[in-house]
Design a protein around this ligand. Structure first.
Ligand code: NAD
Length: 448
């Protein structure tokens, strides 16, 4: 893999084969049986130790993320800290994962939340650490084993997390990392009869293929897929605040964020004023060396991604642009496309780079229509001072994660997931562990 800021080789990591997957599943299944039988307090304690080991190595993990993914150092530290938080949160759930007692005649009826077994987590390259931990932490806490396949370009943090787990006392083989190609290692996990559930985050295209394969075995699946999220600015909003926040809402992580607010919808009466305010904010975004604490945006992950982003911003489009370094590295400047048809590819498809479009709308109804005119439904924001409108529009936009007068949407203790083709199922939040269990109902007669 290459350092995206310099194009220098960072490491060469061998890819796991189908035979490696078979062997890993056998080992994981044995480890899972012992783990599920252990006392809840012991499992919780080991997960807390794992969290502590991550905490003690935040800087090392963050630097790895900067080198292999080009993330800014500030973001990378947050991401490593997020893994720690996810593990602590999940650890707190181990002893609280209770079934129910349901009234029946002639006996008692209880439910158990049983672990599923071996879980396959297939992660993307855009947030390698947090997204791996979204699956890993609750799955382990609920009594499962995990085999994690990181993305081809970003296996290093995942491999280090597996070492830290072992150092912390997590039993051997309970959490294994198998780097490799999607079509080989990932596919082997999807097809393996010994893997009970696949947690996939990535493109909608691959997600659909995985869902179809899982259907063959009725394998459980959670999908976190693409997005083309709206940022709706009403005329009654605090325009200065909305314009100040809009750039990083699509530029954070160089736009390689499934929740990026890449369709900025602005009420026509304030459209020109919004552009006047947002242009200097975009032009002044600090793009450059990810290790510089002041940098707000780094490079794209790869040359392929750079070419993909370039292909969307055709020469005929009008743009407001920021700056980007020249020379080696996969750099692309912050770009806002104005005067574009809502049906143009750049306005409809997920670019996954530092590019957004701005489109005018007439009224609330028109805003909701435009916001929903997409196959995706992951996130969205709306800016208004009218609380009634904030609630009406939040309910009317078909997306899983909305924020009002802000752009925050992913917290490990609140549910996250997509409507429509943005995904299936929910991760994080109060029910995170339950998603890794099967409910078993047991009736016990008191008549015998
Ligand atoms: P991708 O679909 O190409 O790859 C994702 C993962 O799937 C990688 O590990 C890859 O090796 C693996 N894979 C590829 N083909 C496979 C196959 N046939 N069988 C099994 N595994 C396979 O996506 P990407 O380019 O790594 O990630 C970017 C995408 O992820 C974007 O579309 C983005 O929106 C999405 N994403 C979604 C969320 C969310 O929570 N909804 C979060 C982050 C990223």
């Amino acid at each position: 893999m290459l350092n995206p800021a310099t194009e220098e080789t960072v490491a060469v990591v061998p890819a796991a084969t189908r035979d490696d997957v078979d062997a890993a599943v056998v080992r994981a299944a044995a480890a899972q049986r012992a783990w599920a039988a252990a006392a809840p307090a012991d499992r919780a304690r080991l997960l807390r130790r794992f969290a502590a080991a991550v905490d003690a190595n935040i800087e090392e993990l963050a630097l790895l993320e900067v080198r292999e993914a080009g993330h800014t150092i500030g973001n990378a530290r947050w991401e490593a800290g997020n893994v720690r938080d996810l593990l602590e949160f999940a650890a707190g759930g181990v002893e609280r994962l209770s079934g129910r007692q349901i009234p029946v005649a002639g006996g008692i009826d209880v439910t158990f939340l049983e672990p599923l077994g071996v879980i396959g987590v297939i992660a993307p390259w855009n947030f390698p650490m947090p997204i791996a931990a979204w699956g890993l932490a609750p799955a382990l806490a609920a009594g499962n084993a995990v085999i994690l396949k990181p993305a081809e370009t970003t296996p290093l943090t995942a491999l280090r997390l597996a070492e830290l787990a072992l150092e912390a006392g997590i039993p051997e083989h309970l959490f294994q990392v198998l780097p490799g190609h999607g079509a080989v290692t990932g596919d082997a996990l999807v097809e393996h009869p010994g893997v009970a559930k696949i947690v996939f985050t990535g493109s909608t295209r691959v997600g659909k293929q995985i869902m179809a394969k899982c259907a063959d075995r009725v394998k459980r699946v959670t999908l976190e897929l693409g997005g083309k999220s709206p940022n709706i600015v009403f005329a009654d909003a605090d325009l200065e605040a909305a314009a100040a926040a809009a750039p990083m809402a699509f530029l954070d992580n160089t736009g390689q964020d499934c929740c990026a607010r890449t369709r900025i919808l602005v009420q026509r009466s304030v459209y020109d004023r919004f552009l006047e305010l947002v242009a200097p904010a975009i032009e002044s975004v600090a793009v450059g060396d990810p290790l510089d604490e002041k940098t707000q945006m780094g490079p794209l992950i790869s040359r392929t991604q750079l070419e993909r982003v370039r292909s969307y911003v055709t020469a005929d489009l009008t743009t407001i642009r920021g700056k980007a370094p020249e020379g080696p590295g996969f750099w692309y400047p912050p770009t806002l496309v104005t005067d574009v048809a809502p049906t143009a590819p750049v306005a409809c498809e997920e670019v996954f780079g530092p590019v957004a479009v701005v489109l005018p709308f007439e009224d609330e109804e028109d805003a909701v229509r435009l916001a929903n005119a997409t196959e995706y439904g992951l996130s969205g924001s709306l800016w208004t001072r009218d609380i009634g409108r904030a609630l009406r529009v939040s309910r009317a936009v078909a997306a899983g994660n909305l924020s009002v007068n802000s752009h925050s949407s992913v917290r490990y203790w609140t549910p996250f997931g997509g409507y429509k083709q943005s995904g299936l199922g929910r991760e994080l939040g109060p029910d995170a562990l339950t998603a890794f269990t099967e409910t078993k109902n047991v009736f016990i007669s008191t008549e015998a």
